[in-house]
Design a protein around this ligand. Structure first.
Ligand code: FE
Length: 331
């Protein structure tokens, strides 16, 4: 009896009867509290184990480069098409062929070569003081360069990729010379030096330092959640023209993934109808999957026309945008 038991044990050590469950290793610049609930659910539903590490986008891309073939990472998740584009340019992502992702993620929100895919959308739009600005006064991003806003505009630093992508979109729509004229106008209208983040920028409006600013919708949503009566509101500019500037968070399978199929299945699930509502809602963002609705709190901000510019342009024009902002004195 004892011999038999040992024999079974020995055999099971040598040749496991059950194949090891799939696993996926994720490097994420999307914060842990935004991804963990989704990953936990995926593991519950599929048995696939997910391990992850979070850091800022730049260090994660550098880490993937330094680790090369030895990387344990199968999937990179990050925010802003500018970062996703940079990751692809630096060779840390692989092209995948996924009819599922091509169906669930609109073409302008993913890499034309299949190396990255948007998973949530955020609008970078105008926020204003409901005490000092009438919504009808707000028309376009370009109009924020007009003299009527002198000493009334606050902006976040040009070092942030979100603003680099926004200025890249101005270049795509207007060409460099006109985009530079617009950015110079913004700088001339600044009420204060640029702020380090979107929340501080909005707090400057609340403190009466300025009357309007450009921010990502979910940062406004966080303030509104804490204070439903906040004296700020979102405006949707460029509705007669190109539409509101939108960007994505997203991901791609790494070039040296050890579990590329499992990583692709996780990416496909994150873009699916099953996961999209929660993936977007947890950060007050919009789903990329057109068959999925945003959370009620997000839809309450109102419907708007979105800019349908290919978000890959934000990456292609990023270096030009950085140089332009530097020339225009946007710090
Ligand atoms: Fe952000």
């Amino acid at each position: 009896m004892r011999k038999l038991f040992l024999g079974v044990l020995f055999c099971s050590l040598l040749a496991p009867v059950v194949a090891p469950a799939d696993e996926v290793v994720v490097y994420s610049s999307r914060k842990e509290h935004l991804i963990k609930p989704l990953f936990d659910r995926y593991t519950r539903e599929t048995g696939v184990k997910i391990t992850w590490l979070t850091d800022k986008a730049g260090p994660l891309i550098q880490r993937l480069k330094a680790e090369g073939r030895r990387t344990p990472a199968d999937l990179l998740l990050t925010v802003d098409a500018g970062n996703l584009w940079a990751a692809a340019e630096q060779g840390v992502l692989r092209a995948i062929d996924s009819p599922v992702l091509e169906r669930d993620v609109p073409a302008h929100l993913r890499d034309p070569e299949g190396r990255w895919f948007g998973l949530s959308k955020r609008a970078r739009t105008i926020v204003y003081s409901t005490e000092r600005v009438r919504p009808s006064e707000i028309t376009t991003y370009e109009d924020l360069a007009a003299p009527k806003w002198k000493g009334r505009l606050c902006l976040r630093t040009s070092k942030k990729v979100y603003n680099q992508s926004l200025v890249a979109s101005l270049i795509a729509h207007h060409g460099e010379a006109e985009a530079e004229r617009i950015v110079r106008g913004w700088v001339a209208n600044l009420a204060a030096p640029p702020f380090s983040n979107d929340t501080k920028t909005m707090q400057a409006i609340l403190a009466g330092r300025c009357d309007l600013a450009i921010v990502n919708t979910y940062y406004f949503g966080r303030l509104q959640k804490k204070n439903p009566d906040i004296a700020l509101a979102l405006a949707w500019p460029n509705q007669q023209g190109n539409g509101v500037h939108v960007n994505v968070s997203g991901g791609g399978v790494t070039a040296h993934a050890k579990h590329p199929e499992a990583a692709q299945r996780l990416l496909e699930w994150l873009a699916s109808e099953a996961a999209q509502h929660d993936f977007a809602a947890i950060n007050l963002e919009y789903p990329v999957n057109p068959r999925v609705e945003a959370a009620d709190a997000v839809r309450a901000w109102g419907a708007f026309k979105e800019d349908s510019l290919d978000v890959a342009e934000y990456g292609r024009l990023q270096a030009a945008a950085i140089r332009l902002m530097d020339r225009a004195g946007y710090r």
